[in-house]
Ligand binder design. Structure first.
Ligand code: SF4
Length: 353
């Protein structure tokens, strides 16, 4: 079990629920755009958001963003200039991600550590296969990642830090998994999981889910981030789907068939619409969307709510009971009304996470 570490209004590690993170890709100096993206990410279920502070002016923007976001967990991503990290800590950031190796002299790292520790702000360090320090470059990648991460932890501990989160990232899934396992067996600080630079949606979904999922199944990992080129809301959707599939997050279980020559309804369209409708639902409701009655009846029986295509329309099921048969034109509206009832009335509300 890792030690619990407070990050603003949430706790990472110590057996607390796995926290979903993402990162804004707006210009942090464009405060309006960044706040809008933060709002979208929060609505999608993101529990902590990282912002890139790439120069000192970004700290002024962070102050404004802080005012508008209350106690929602914000993380500063800082490279090279220790003054940015100090500014972020003074501006009320909840966690700082630095790479001690590129901050420069030890006294600079120490100043950050002292300021962070005084305010109870944790620091996330780690290693990334793309930016390994020169003195580790001769080692095999996994060993270099582990040695580099543990050296950074030591640097912070020597500077007096006790609130440390670690990430060991690689764009190679096997390296990321093995390095994280080794770090996990060496220290008790919470671990941030992610396959770095994992690619566009379809590629990242496979790589990230494989890497993060393997580690979560072994009980390793306290906070996760999917790295996906593009809209960060997709990262949150992917993270939530993984956590639900792993039984680590409550929410709807959407079942839909792969379709075949027997398919009588637009299964994909219905499944996507229902996924969107239930995006913020936390009730563990099982909803089945089946193209025909061959497997539809069986799945409908096992689901809280189900739909199965029949020639010219479809049938709705609820807890194994056939609710009715509908012609094509009335089918989805009837299904949608039932889904809404489940998530709003029978689900005891539809609260945001
Ligand atoms: S449920 Fe029916 S339509 Fe869907 S894949 Fe199975 S047999 Fe085909």
């Amino acid at each position: 079990m890792t030690i619990p570490i407070r990050v603003g209004s949430i706790t990472i590690g110590g057996g607390y629920p796995i926290a979903i993170q993402s990162m804004t890709n707006t210009d942090t100096k464009d405060v309006g755009a960044t706040l809008r993206q933060i709002a979208c990410l929060r609505a999608a279920g993101c529990e902590a958001i990282r912002l890139a502070l790439y120069d000192l002016e970004c700290v002024d923007s962070l102050r404004q963003i802080r005012k508008e976001t209350g106690d929602y967990p914000l993380i500063a991503d800082v490279h090279y200039d220790y003054r940015i990290a100090l500014g972020a800590i003074r501006a009320g950031i909840d966690k700082v991600r630095i790479n001690p190796g590129n901050i420069g002299e030890g006294w600079k790292v120490k100043e950050i550590a002292i300021a962070a520790e005084e305010r109870g702000v944790p620091i996330r360090v780690g290693a990334n296969s793309g930016s390994l320090a020169k003195n580790f470059e001769h080692l095999p990648v996994v060993e270099a990642l582990v040695a580099s991460a543990l050296r950074e932890v030591k640097l912070l501990e020597d500077a007096g830090m006790s609130r440390i989160v670690i990430a060991v990232k690689s764009s190679n899934v096997t390296e990321m998994v093995e390095a994280t396992r080794r770090v996990s067996s060496s220290v008790s600080y919470p671990l941030h999981l992610g396959v770095t630079e994992a690619g566009p949606l379809s590629i990242s979904l496979v790589k990230s889910t494989l890497g993060i999922g393997l580690l979560l199944s072994e009980g390793i990992g306290d906070t996760i981030r999917y790295s996906i080129s593009g809209d960060p809301v997709k990262e949150v959707d992917a993270a939530k789907t993984l956590l639900k599939a792993a039984g680590l997050l409550s929410g709807p279980d959407i079942i839909s068939c792969p379709t075949c020559a027997r398919t009588c309804i637009d299964v994909e369209e219905y499944a996507l619409k229902v996924t969107e409708l239930t995006r913020a639902c936390v009730k563990p409701v099982r909803i089945a969307i089946m193209g025909c009655v061959v497997n539809g009846i069986g799945e409908g029986k096992n689901a809280d709510l189900g739909i199965a295509g029949i020639p010219g329309g479809g049938a709705l099921f609820e807890k194994g009971e056939i609710l009715g048969r509908y012609p094509k034109s009335e089918l989805f509206p009837a299904f949608e009304a039932r889904v809404r009832r489940w998530i709003q009335e029978e689900g005891g509300g539809n609260p945001p996470r």
